[in-house]
Each structure stands twice: as structure tokens, then as C-alpha cells.
Design a protein around this ligand. Sequence first.
Ligand code: ADP
Ligand code: MG
Length: 340
Amino acid sequence: MRKVIAALPDTLISQIAAGEVVERPASVVKEVLENAIDAGAQAITIRLEEGGCQRISIQDDGSGIAHTELHLAIQRHATSKITSLADLESVISLGFRGEALASIASVSRFSITTRTSEDDHAWQIQVNGGQTMGDAVPSSGPIGTTVDVQDLYFNTPARRKFLKSSATELGHCLELIRRIALSRPDIGFAIWHNGKVIERWASCNIEQRVDAILGQEFQSSKIALEHISGPLTVRGFISKPTSSRARADQQYSFVNGRFVRDKVIQHAIRSAYQDVLHGDRQPMVVLSLEIDPQLVDVNVHPAKTEVRFREGGAVHQFIYKAIQHALGTAAGQSTDPSTQ
Ligand code: ADP
Ligand code: MG
């Protein structure tokens, strides 16, 4: 039997998109934090309840949103970050699709409270499972934005079932926050869980942030690395071969400030350590690659931890050399003839 073709309602489109963008509470944390960073926040407070399954509330001191545009912030494909294909080619903001807030709001009880420096009070808009609850209403609060997400997936029970224990979801949220905090040591972060502060990282430099997040073992074994060649710059810290891990769970790489999990970079790291690490022991690394935005495509997937380099081979060679050089220097420094 032939069925008629009909355009899907907007809320349903957002709910379908949410399946891809909002995989779990940590994905909400990621999208909302990225928005705070794009808005120029200097201090961000993250409050989670039950690993984010019950509530995720993120407050920033960024630019805020004009109340006349607030309804657009939660509309699909509305963004302040790009206006043309040319912008997309050289995007430097973390977001650009204009679908995160619409997706999150379609599968939660959502509110956004915001105030710009021009407003004398804040404004708030509420959305319940994709249904906007009236216009923006006056509210109170400092300059900046607070996004509040409660009962994620309350209206999509099939998906809610896929949520793991709150401890597991909290672990994913914290890992997400660590990545972002490593990319922006200049921003202060406070993290609350079930009403208690669990982390507080003041604004600092990258080395202090790396020490705060990767901990003691890396702190005492790390080598600073900096390598520049043509359009490529990499900076960061890598572990000495004498200290390694069974898993690659402390390898953080960033491309133009964006956390990535990239095969080219991972392979370059592995190759550079090949001769100095036994078996499948894994180094700890924090590497931040700066590259001309024209030479990398960040528009691969909505979750955006993938990127595509125009010249992957050159990037591989560059990272490989940077690490080898740093390891060589460190070995040279620590060579003590009496112990050989
Ligand atoms: P995108 O980030 O891809 O533009 P989002 O759905 O995440 O899409 O956000 C939509 C728009 O809402 C953004 O382009 C931005 O203008 C505004 N916005 C969202 N969060 C914030 C925030 N914390 N501070 C200021 N503006 C925000
Ligand atoms: Mg966004």
C-alpha cells in the first residue's frame, strides 16, 4: 500500500537529530560548554545531578544573547557563527551548525537564562520536549548565560534506557570537561555534582592546567615540546619513555583548540614512541596543533571529534618529528654516563 509523503514537523526533526548529537549527558555538556567558550566566557560553572541524567546546569559569564534573538538560539539551523560557505571554510568557532540547543531542548526540560551587557535584567525561555513554553520572560541573573537541562530523554523512553549508571555518566561528563579545560587553561572551571564541588580549576597557564588534570605521574615525567614548520605549530607535553600506561587514556590532542581523536595524529604518536616503549605501553601526551584552518576540514561529523587534514602525510611527519625531537632532547639531558 502506498503511503503519502509528508514533511516532518520541526520538533520531530530535532528529536531525530538529537539521536546523533545528544548521545548521552556528556554530549550535552560538550555542546553547552562549547557555546560558553564561543561566547567568550572566562569562568564557567557546571552543575550536574546524577551524572547529568537528572540535571545539567551550566553557567557562563560570556556575551549573553539578546532577548530579541533568544527564540532563534533554540531554533534549528540558526547560528551567529557562520553566514556563508566561505565562513565554513575557515571556521574558528567550536560550533557552527546551529542545531545543538534545538536538539537538546527537544529531548529534555530545557531553559536558557541570559543577559547581555546592554540588558538591565536577564531573560529566560523554557522549552519542554521541543515545545516552547511562551515567549522570553524577564528573569534575574548576572551577565552571561545559564543553560539548564533536566530529565534528559524524558520523552524518548527508549533512549533513556540506554543511559548507564550515574557514576558511569559522570565519568563521561568529567572526561569531556577535562578535554575542554585542557584546551582553555585561561578559563576557570568549577564542577559540582549532587550539590558538592568536585573540581575547581582557576584560570592558569597550560602547564598548570596539565598538572592539575593529568596528575602527579605525568607532572614528574613530562617533557615540554614545541615545534614549528611552515603553516604547522605544535606545542604541548609528552611523557618520558620511563613512564607509560597500559591504555591510551591520557592522550589528548587538539587541532586549532578543538579536541580531536585523529588516526593520523595517533599513528604519529605511536610511531614516534615505537623504539622507546615496550609492547603496547602507551605514552601520556597533551598536544596542541595549530594549522591554517583552510588545511583542515572540521565539518566531518556533528560530534566533531574527527577532522580531515588536506595533507595528512605532512601532518603525520610533522608530529612524528616533533615528538622524536623532544624525546631525543630529553634523553640527551638525562644521559648520565655512569649509569650506562
Ligand atoms: P551553534 O553553536 O552551532 O551556533 P547552538 O544550537 O549550539 O548552535 O547555539 C545557537 C546559537 O545560540 C549560537 O550560535 C549562539 O548565538 C547562541 N548561544 C548559545 N549558547 C550561548 C551562550 N552560552 N552564550 C551566548 N550565546 C549562545
Ligand atoms: Mg553550539
